[in-house]
Design a protein around this ligand. Structure first.
Ligand code: BEZ
Ligand code: FE
Length: 298
C-alpha cells in the first residue's frame, strides 16, 4: 500500500505549516527541506518501530563519545560522503587545480609557527622524511602571494595524531609556515602513511556492517590562507598509491596527488598552491588549541 497524504494523516503538510513562521529565509528553507526529505525517507523506507529505536540508540551512543577531541557525528558525515560533498559543491570548479578536502576531525587550532625549512616532526619521530617546497600564487594572474600561511598536520606512522598519542610531543607533526615575498615555502614533514579512522564507536559498527575497510590513504593536510583569497583546505596524497581509490571518507582524488620522489635518504615533493580571489575564512578547528585534550581515543 502506498503511503499517501491520507494514510499519513496529512502529517507532512501539517509539520511544514508548523514551521512556516521562521523569519530568516535561509533557515526556513533548510528546516522545511529537511522536514520534506526526512518525511519522504520515513515513508519510502517504511521505518519500523524497532529501526527507529535502533536509530536513536545509535545517536545516543555517538553523543556519549563526542567531546572536544572527538566528534563521532562529523565522522559519520565523513564516512557517508556528506562532508566531502559539501566541500566539493561549495568550493570546486571545473578544472580545479588543487582540490578542496574535508577538514576532518584532527585539525587542531594554534599550531606553532615554524621557520622556513623546519621540520614538523620531532627528531625521535619514527619514519622517513619528505622535504616539501612550492609556491602560493594568485590563480588568475599567477602573481605570488607574499606571506600566505600554510597550516599543516598529519598522523605518525603508528596511525595516530599527536592529540591521540601521549608518546608524541605537543603539536608534533603540526605547524604553520609563512610563504616569503616570492610566495615560496619550504618545510620538512613525515613521509605520510595510511591509517584507519577510529572504529571503536558506532561509526565503526557501520563500516563493519558494510564490510568497508576503515583506511585513509597516506596524506598530509594543508590549509593555505591569505587575506583576499578563498582559504584552500586540501590534502596531498601519494601519486601511484593504489589505496587512493578506496578512501573511506571519499576525499582522495586526482587533483590532490603529489609526486613524492625518493632523493637520497629522504623524499622530495614539489607542490604549488594556487588561490582564488575571495573571502579568507579559516574552518572551525575540531580540536582546540588548549592542552589537556590528548589521548581520549586510540
Ligand atoms: C583525517 O584525515 O584526518 C580524517 C578525515 C576524516 C575522518 C577521519 C580522519
Ligand atoms: Fe588525516
Amino acid at each position: 500500500m502506498d503511503i499517501t497524504a491520507e494514510t499519513d494523516r496529512g502529517l507532512t503538510g501539517k509539520v511544514l505549516h508548523a514551521y512556516a513562521n521562521i523569519e530568516d529565509r535561509r533557515l526556513k528553507l533548510i528546516v522545511s527541506d529537511l522536514i520534506k526529505h526526512l518525511h519522504a525517507f520515513v515513508k519510502e523506507t517504511k521505518v519500523t518501530d524497532e529501526e527507529w529505536e535502533f536509530a536513536w540508540d545509535f545517536m545516543e551512543r555517538m553523543a556519549e563519545i563526542t567531546g572536544p577531541e572527538r566528534n563521532e557525528f562529523i565522522l559519520l558525515a565523513d564516512v557517508m560522503g556528506v562532508s566531502q560533498l559539501i566541500e566539493t559543491l561549495n568550493h570546486e570548479e571545473p578544472n580545479q587545480p588543487v582540490g578542496f578536502a574535508l577538514v576532518g576531525p584532527f585539525y587542531r587550532a594554534g599550531a606553532p609557527f615554524r621557520e622556513r625549512g623546519a621540520s614538523t616532526a620531532s627528531d625521535d619521530t619514527p619514519g622517513e622524511r619528505v622535504r616539501i617546497s612550492g609556491r602560493v600564487f594568485d590563480f588568475g594572474s599567477s602573481t605570488p602571494i607574499k606571506g600566505a600561511i600554510l597550516d599543516t598536520w598529519q598522523a605518525a606512522t603508528n596511525g595516530l595524531y599527536e592529540n591521540q598519542d601521549e608518546n608524541q610531543p605537543d603539536y608534533n607533526l603540526r605547524g604553520r609556515f609563512r610563504a616569503d615575498e616570492n610566495g615560496t615555502f619550504e618545510l620538512v614533514a613525515l613521509m605520510p602513511t595510511a591509517y584507519p579512522v577510529p572504529t571503536d564507536g558506532p561509526v565503526g559498527e557501520l563500516l563493519r556492517a558494510a564490510k568497508r575497510p576503515p583506511d585513509r590513504p597516506a596524506h598530509i593536510h594543508f590549509i593555505v590562507s591569505a587575506p583576499g583569497y578563498e582559504t584552500l583546505v586540501t590534502q596531498i596524497f601519494v601519486k601511484g598509491d593504489k589505496q587512493v581509490e578506496e578512501d573511506v571518507v571519499f576525499t582522495a582524488s586526482k587533483n590532490m596527488v603529489g609526486d613524492f620522489k625518493k632523493e637520497g635518504d629522504h623524499f622530495r615533493l614539489a607542490i604549488d598552491f594556487p588561490l582564488k580571489r575571495g573571502v579568507a575564512k579559516m574552518p572551525k578547528a575540531p580540536i582546540p588549541a588548549e592542552e589537556g585534550h590528548r589521548g581520549r581515543y586510540h
